[in-house]
Write a protein that binds this ligand. Structure first.
Ligand SMILES: [Zn+2]
Length: 310
């Protein structure tokens, strides 16, 4: 296989590189106090190992290799984010089967308690206990919730989740939702099923992960139509992602008009390229310094400031 030689697919060295310097120079040159990244994963060790094992097998799942760049201990990953000046980030987690979410929520609670720059998160599966354990997590201080419709494979319109979405809308919790059909579709991905959830719960504050890839334009429609729909940049516009899900050229002007709705997301640590690659890809769009400042700091900071107080 020649894909293993992909120049973006090399694991990163532990000593600082020009890429690390680029990250800090970028936000400094924009006059920002750092970065806020709303799409970052931290998980219990065994769950992270299972995710990495899945990416090891990416050629079978996704038809291309996916060497995870930052495959290292959690403390080393925290040190990287802090070294880059990422001031605030969530520990996004998600279950792939029933009976798993509550334990993940407990772990996310302890992780956030130990690390003040980590936003406390929760997740859920479509199962009878979901409304009860989501209520528990919100009461305990979770302010961001992750839903992954492709990995979870559940229908977001499932009646067992109606109360969950209602609780999130009422509490003002931020829901980061992977509902696009990339890198591979799920039964309930795409703008239709989650669009119906939004129509039923118009107050729900959501960040659509990966700019909704590959249904970018449908999710741009949703962000234009609804006040509380935002989009994260995770993986979008990078050379790796462009080969799988190129962002349509004709939609680039819409990124400018949605300047107040787009937030930095990176998918750290699971990208097959460096953190700087995401930032360079955003800068290369040529949308200007104000756009960069809005995406890298102002918009996520505004969302974080509106989170329920823990
Ligand atoms: Zn992710």
């Amino acid at each position: 296989m020649t894909e293993g030689a992909d120049d973006e697919g090399q694991r990163v060295p532990t000593v600082p590189t020009a890429d690390d310097e680029y990250v800090v120079e970028l936000w400094r040159s924009l006059g920002l106090p750092g970065l806020m990244d709303l799409h970052v994963h931290f998980m219990p060790h065994r769950v992270m190992e299972a995710v990495w094992a899945f990416f090891d097998d990416a050629a079978r799942h996704y038809g291309r290799t996916w060497p995870v760049a930052y495959r290292e201990a959690a403390e080393a990953r925290l040190a990287r984010l802090r070294g880059w000046g990422v001031r605030v980030f969530p520990s996004l987690l998600y279950p792939h089967k029933p009976g798993m979410a509550e334990g993940l929520n407990d772990w996310a609670g302890s992780f956030a308690a130990d690390h003040p720059d980590v936003l406390r998160t929760a997740t859920f599966f479509a199962e009878p206990a979901a409304a009860r354990y989501v209520a528990d997590a919100l009461a305990a201080g979770a302010v961001v919730v992750k839903a992954h419709l492709q990995v979870g494979g559940y229908d977001p319109r499932d009646a067992q989740l109606d109360d969950v979405w209602g609780q999130l809308a009422e509490a003002g919790t931020l829901a980061v939702v992977h509902c696009g059909s990339g890198p591979v579709p799920g039964r309930f991905t795409g703008p239709g099923p989650f669009g119906e959830v939004l129509a039923r719960h118009p107050g729900l504050r959501v960040v659509i992960a990966h700019l909704g890839a590959p249904e970018f334009e449908d999710f741009l429609d949703l962000a234009e139509a609804r006040d509380e729909v935002y989009l994260d940049t995770a993986m979008a516009f990078t050379p790796f992602f462009n080969r799988i899900h190129p962002f349509p050229e004709r939609a680039i002007p819409r990124l400018r008009s949605l300047q107040h709705k787009i937030v930095l997301g990176s998918d750290f640590p699971n990208t097959p390229y460096t953190y700087a690659t995401q930032l360079r890809a955003l800068d290369d769009l040529g949308l200007g310094k104000d756009w960069m400042r809005a995406v890298l700091w102002d918009n996520p900071a505004r969302l974080v400031a509106r989170l329920p107080v823990a």
